[in-house]
Design a binder for this molecule. Structure first.
Ligand code: HSE
Length: 400
């Protein structure tokens, strides 16, 4: 019997309890042992809940109980999650977490502590919800030099952009709907401004390069400025707008960014809609691979957390090596990234061609009083320099 404690009885914490109950027998077989929830830490009480009797309000009870071998952190946010997780690891308890903010900020340190203690700190659910991507990067794809990871890593914004595309709605109209479905973070700013996707690509890039990638240094642009008019232009070009989190290995080093992109029908992420996430990986010997599934939501995320608990149960006193040192990886300036650029402006054709040379003109049905055009491929630095020749840029979206 392996006894676990769950920190936080919100969406993910209660999902973990549900998954453990639903698949109790098969999970026990795969883990080689029964898994029992001994405590749930939460500030609230849950009268009438079947787990009511397991709820505690004092973390000391969990940290000081030698019977607890695994701590599941499902609180979110950096503190007090970081202090609780660190204390659990130092007390010899393995940890499974879904908390990308914690992993992006303190992953390297917590991985190192787990290694010293011959236990495990696992975080499959922190990126891509229920999609296996951390374990593949850490085991199945270790023969490769990963040259590119590009993902739709935020379910809320993908749901919103899909709804804007299919129903022609404006940004504000779709945000509330996404929140009511439980996809969004407590403060949806993290979703719509791209901060959530930024932490996730920081984690993936750290795993790929084996060093600390600071999320604060990743250029991040959200979807708050995307309008129904932009979507009309995208449709006129046979494209869709997606919030991509991308990281590429260039001869100068790793270059990462989060931003809305217009994707062609040939792009592997073109058809990833609604709350689904997908991660495209290119390895130097593997070639292309795609991971697709539910990127947010209670049970998919809990499924990944429980899979980590099973892995921990299978490696109780043995550390699963994760290559992610605290040595900082300096990223290449995202202005060096190459793409085409879609631009909307109130400037005339002469001013536009004087600034950019030959461009592809785009017309969107029903849109008047502005010009839309697509540049050739160039680095962002060059785009910015040329765009100085325009006075009225209404929108710029990268195109791949
Ligand atoms: N708010 C996040 C999303 C939850 O929408 O993807 C999963 O990390």
């Amino acid at each position: 019997m392996i006894k676990i404690a769950i920190l936080g009885y919100g969406t993910i914490g209660s999902g973990v309890v549900e998954v453990l109950r639903t698949n109790q027998e098969s999970i026990a077989k795969r883990a080689g042992s029964e898994i029992e929830v001994k405590y749930i830490l939460d500030l609230r009480d849950f009268p009438g809940d079947p787990m009511e009797g397991k709820v505690v309000h004092d973390y000391d009870i969990i940290a000081n109980d030698p019977e607890v071998q695994v701590v599941v952190e499902a609180m979110g946010g950096v503190e007090p999650a970081y202090s609780f997780v660190k204390r659990a690891l130092l007390a010899g308890k393995s940890v499974a977490t879904s908390n990308k903010a914690l992993v992006a900020k303190h992953g390297a340190e917590l991985i190192a502590i787990a290694k010293e203690q011959s236990i495990n700190f696992l975080f499959e659910a922190s990126v891509g919800g229920g999609i296996p991507i951390i374990r593949p990067l850490n085991s199945s794809l270790t023969a490769d030099e990963i040259q590119e990871i590009t993902g739709i890593l935020n379910g809320t914004t993908n749901y919103m952009l899909s709804k804007m595309t299919f129903e022609g709605l404006e940004f504000q109209d779709v945000l509330k709907d996404a929140q009511s479905r439980g996809y969004a973070e407590a403060d949806p700013t993290a979703d719509i401004e791209g901060y959530d996707a930024c932490r996730k690509i920081a984690i993936l890039t750290s795993l790929v390069c084996g060093q600390q990638v600071d999320f604060e240094e990743i250029y991040t642009e959200g979807i708050t400025k995307i309008t129904a008019t932009d979507i009309k232009y995208a449709k006129a070009m046979g494209r869709v707008i997606k919030l991509l989190a991308t990281s590429c290995k260039t001869p100068e080093g790793y270059c990462a960014m989060v931003a809305p992109f217009m994707l062609s029908q040939q792009h592997p992420l073109y058809s990833v809609n609604d709350v689904f996430n997908a991660i495209f990986v290119h390895g130097n010997v593997l070639g292309d691979a795609m991971f697709y599934g539910s990127g947010a939501g209670k049970l998919p995320t809990a499924s990944a957390v429980v899979a980590d608990i099973v892995d921990i149960a299978k490696h109780l006193h043995k550390n699963i090596l994760i290559s992610w040192s605290s040595r900082k990886m300096e990223l290449v300036d995202s202005k060096r990234a190459k793409s085409r650029f879609f631009v909307r402006t109130r400037n005339g054709a002469d001013t536009i061609t004087a600034a950019f040379g030959e461009v592809e003109w785009i017309e969107a049905p029903g849109v008047t009083g502005e010009m839309g055009f697509l540049t050739g491929e160039m680095v962002q630095e060059e785009y910015e320099k040329r765009a100085e020749g325009l006075q009225n840029v209404l929108q710029m979206i990268r195109v791949v």
